[in-house]
Design a binder for this molecule. Structure first.
Ligand code: B12
Length: 222
């Protein structure tokens, strides 16, 4: 068995170069050759990190970030990836209200979390991006989820996430819902500052935390 090093390197390069056609062609080929969809996502993500670094170094501009986002979404839209994510699953084990917080338009990580959560039998109510605290509150009252998932990729979203948790507290809803926050910049101490119950820098790790929560809740019932 090969670990597909060459094709993965080629994908990272093609994403970094924003070569849309090449990324899609290589992604299809990689899936065909047995690269797992999760591995493909991690590989594309490596390319995105290079795009981010080039943007910081002013070699790339906003249009290039937009292009990178479109390329990632195209990969997520491939049939094989859709099969991974949106397998309409049997009985639901819990409900998650999910959104990217106010001021932040990045939705790729959120969508990946949603995909993994749905595959793991959660019902996910995705309330989109740039979501203000009032909307989070309203949706929690309306749907009574087990878990609130907040995504934030820009560093300052730490404060926007905290605003939502504080608003939940003020509304007397904090104890009705577990809160998980996700974003590459988060740490245990920022999650603590936000007042979240859990955090993850990786969507799949986040879903594992949610599964654990549902398991302990059901044990509590029994
Ligand atoms: C694509 C992109 C964009 C696209 C987004 C398209 C889209 N539909 O999402 C567009 C063009 C809109 C964009 C805009 C901007 N961007 Co931008 N963008 C990126 C880029 C290149 C990739 C982001 C991405 O999708 N990564 C792939 C996904 C999979 O990773 P992720 O989102 O982090 O998600 C992972 C985890 O965070 C986690 N996760 C995410 N959500 C959740 C939720 C839960 C519940 C859990 C458990 C886990 C979880 O799981 C995922 C992995 O499994 C990054 C570079 C980088 N280093 O990431 C910059 C980057 C994030 N952008 C940046 C900036 C500065 C901007 C702009 C301010 C630029 C500008 N001057 O206008 C604007 C802000 C717009 C706004 N208000 O949001 C900076 C942020 C700097 C900072 N420290 O805050 C970065 C890091 C680039 C850089 N190095 O400078 N951007």
């Amino acid at each position: 068995m090969t670990d597909h090093v060459k094709i993965k390197e080629a994908i990272v390069d093609a994403v970094a170069e924003l070569d849309e056609d090449k990324v899609i062609q290589l992604a299809e080929q990689a899936l065909h050759e047995g690269v797992m969809p999760e591995e493909l996502l991690a590989t594309v993500n490596q390319g995105m990190l290079i795009v981010g670094r080039r943007y910081e170094a002013k070699e790339y501009f906003i249009a290039d970030l937009i292009m990178a986002g479109l390329i990632f979404k195209e990969v997520l839209g491939l049939k094989r990836m859709q099969e991974l994510f949106y397998s309409k699953n049997k009985k639901k084990i819990g409900k998650i209200v999910l959104g990217t917080v106010r001021g932040d338009l990045h939705d790729i990580g959120k969508d990946i979390f949603r995909g993994f959560a749905e595959t793991n039998s959660f019902e996910v109510i995705d309330i989109g991006v740039d979501v203000p605290k009032e909307t989070f509150l309203k949706k929690i009252q309306e749907h009574k989820p087990d878990i609130l998932g907040m995504s934030g990729i820009l560093t300052y979203t730490v404060d926007t996430m905290k605003e939502v948790v504080d608003a939940l507290q003020e509304a007397g809803l904090r104890d009705t819902v577990r809160v998980i926050v996700g974003g590459g910049h988060l740490t245990a101490s920022t999650a603590d500052y936000i007042g979240a119950d859990g955090f993850a820098t990786d969507a799949y790790e986040g879903v594992k935390i949610c599964l654990q929560w549902m398991k302990s809740a059901h044990q509590g019932e029994g």
